[in-house]
Ligand binder design. Sequence first.
Ligand SMILES: [Zn+2]
Length: 171
Amino acid sequence: MLATALLDAAKARGFAAETTALDMGYDTEAIHAGCEARDSRPIIPLKQTPGVKRGDHRPPECEHGTWTFAGSDPARGASKWRCPTGECKPGSRWIKADRLHPLVPRETKRWKALYRGRGSVEREFGRLKNEWALLPLRVRGIERVRLHADLTILAKLACALARGAPLAAGP
Ligand SMILES: [Zn+2]
């Protein structure tokens, strides 16, 4: 599938993508598992599947309230959740990672910040298309289109370097 193929291509070029932000259309078990198998945390909004409507994605609850996120262990492939008052015995438990329970939970600030980062990439593609002539294609064939895209991005990067500006805003 395209998402994991891109992760493999990035890795082959020496980039380790610690997280993978994708839109809701990619919220499938296979893509979540594919990202995790490549040691990249999926950051994908929840699709309203029957399980979600049932509330299967919600944190555990007890008489003391809703359990809180207490960190994830990628090696273990699970996130840890705690009884809000610590009165339950045991007071915490591990939940195996899947699309309903990703290692970076959707309710965390980190998840929200990472997903916002996806928006900034989309805006950059927009600028490349509209202001840097990525969009008007006057060539045909993947090789020529690839060259057109490479030259567009190269021109933009060269201008950024000339200005001494950072090439990309940090998250
Ligand atoms: Zn409790």
